[in-house]
Design a protein around this ligand. Structure first.
Ligand code: FES
Length: 117
């Protein structure tokens, strides 16, 4: 497998790079460790690393990626279509531009769904 490496831009925070076989969250953590995300307001939010806790939400503003299954409690099908995803569940297929997004508490997500109904 070729080790394709793509630039990953984190809006307002700095630049990273990631491999096509590597979860974007891992790429961001590596960049943070090397001091490449100098303008992060705080440490990267990391939880379960498997798409279950929702803490690592990002919006893909530009670029292509592939995704593993994500918890619908944290990322709805509409969210995913609009590029709002979990960084521990996506892999870059091209240069990416990301915006860090706050996690949504599952309870709040349910209330949001009820308001929209
Ligand atoms: S770290 Fe838990 S969903 Fe990504």
């Amino acid at each position: 497998m070729a080790k394709e490496r793509f630039p990953i831009h984190v809006e307002g925070s700095g630049d990273a790079s990631g491999y096509a076989h590597e979860r974007v969250l891992v790429s961001l953590e590596r960049a943070q460790g090397f001091g490449q995300l100098k303008n992060l307001p705080c440490k990267l939010p990391v939880g379960c690393r498997r798409g279950g806790c929702g803490i690592c939400r990002v919006r893909v503003v530009a670029g292509e990626f592939r995704a593993d299954t994500m918890s619908r409690a944290h990322v709805s099908a509409d969210d995913e279509r609009e590029g709002l995803v979990l960084s521990c569940c996506i892999y870059p297929l091209s240069e990416l531009s990301l915006r860090l997004e706050p996690a949504v508490a599952v309870k709040d997500k349910g209330q949001k769904a009820a308001k929209e109904a």
